[in-house]
Write a protein of this length. Structure first.
Length: 333
């Protein structure tokens, strides 16, 4: 039987790995992410299946090859954690999952946006502490008569646009890669400057590309936003200059910041800290300590049942197609 060792399998995911195993693979489900220290757990397998922060570097791939493991697949869209050059040299096949339910991230982005838009976070914190006063900062616009700006109108951006349109909001978008300058995926496109000026909620769905989307939202862009604009980042931390956001929050230049991604994510997310001061990134400590109008979620955008089912089913199909035909549609090497 073809044996797959899958890493980073959370307890809630085990049933799904078993239920969707229609090909009868022999599964070795490991809760920990793959690192150098636990690589031996793959011994005796034919293949491994990774998650985003698993270490698929040359050192681990070389060991896999020595042990007869010829398939290193990832159940994620991104594959920068797999050394493809090393895989090619070692004649190891690699594949990924090119997409899963875009609503997973889109719904979280919308929830973060609406939570901040209606000041639910501070109201909740206050009522939990016994303060039931109706405070001035709770005064709000309504979404059906507001404007939402989507930056990056691909799969997830389009799904979020659909959700907000359903609530009656005016949705505008900005995308730098488009054949039609007016519309992309049903979203009316405007210039970045116009979007920053007009939108009450701005949601980012661009990939992180060094030198392109790096710090796409910086001091100059924050300056152009409305003073009560809500900024949402479920894309990648590097797309936003956090220092500039902190300054803008301090100066009441924006209304709030919601994010599912932070720098030094690997050292923070997945861990529990006794005190916020113990976080390895003090910018994050400062945001959490000083700003009730900041929400951080620990990269849970894709942690939904439909997205998980897509990730597992497509991965299994990648393995079966490769066994049957020597390749699969999602092959990387
Ligand atoms: P996609 O490729 O379908 O869409 C990305 C869009 O961004 C494209 O339309 C592209 O043209 C546009 N774009 C690229 N560079 C741009 C730029 N400089 N300015 C404006 N637009 C630009 O990707 P997707 O599936 O919608 O995913 C978007 C991003 O969401 C991913 O790259 C990833 O970083 C992030 N993501 C986050 C999570 C999470 O759990 N939080 C999960 C999946 C994906």
């Amino acid at each position: 039987m073809f044996k797959i060792t899958a890493y980073g399998v959370r307890p809630t995911e085990v049933d799904y790995f078993n239920k969707l195993n229609t090909y009868d693979f022999d599964l070795n489900l490991i809760p920990a992410m793959l690192v150098h220290e636990n690589v031996e757990t793959a011994k005796g397998s034919d293949a491994v299946l990774l998650r985003g922060t698993c270490v698929g570097d040359r050192e681990n791939l070389t060991k896999f090859k020595e042990w007869g493991i010829n398939y290193v697949f990832t159940r994620t869209v991104g594959f920068d954690h797999v050394d493809l050059e090393a895989a090619k040299e070692l004649n190891i096949k690699a594949a990924r999952v090119p997409g899963y339910s875009p609503y997973a991230v889109a719904e979280l982005a919308m929830t973060l946006g609406m939570t901040l838009f209606r000041s639910v976070g501070p109201a909740m914190a206050n009522t939990h502490a016994g303060n039931f006063k109706v405070l001035d900062p709770y005064f709000s616009k309504e979404i059906h008569s507001s404007t939402v700006g989507i930056i990056g109108c691909g799969r997830i951006g389009a799904a979020e646009a659909e959700l907000y349109s359903g609530m009656g909001a005016k949705v505008i978008g900005y995308d730098s890669h488009t054949n039609d300058p007016k519309v992309k995926n049903g979203i009316n496109l405007v210039s970045l400057a116009e979007l920053l000026k007009e939108a009450d909620i701005i949601s980012l769905h661009v990939p992180f590309v060094p030198g392109d989307t790096e710090n796409l939202i910086d001091e100059a862009e924050l300056e152009q936003m409305k003073d009560d604009a809500i900024l949402i980042n479920t894309a990648r931390a590097q797309v936003v200059n956090m220092e500039a956001v902190t300054k803008a929050l301090q100066a009441h230049k924006i209304g709030g910041y919601g994010t599912d991604v932070v720098v030094d994510e690997g050292a923070i997310f997945g861990n529990e800290f006794a005190n916020l001061a113990d976080l390895p990134n003090q910018d994050v400590t400062e945001l959490m300590n000083n700003y009730p109008n900041v929400i951080i979620t620990p990269h849970i955008g894709s942690f939904t049942e439909p997205a998980l089912e897509d990730m597992i089913s497509v991965s299994y199909k990648n393995f079966q197609d490769t066994l049957d035909n020597g390749t699969c549609a999602n092959e990387l090497v």
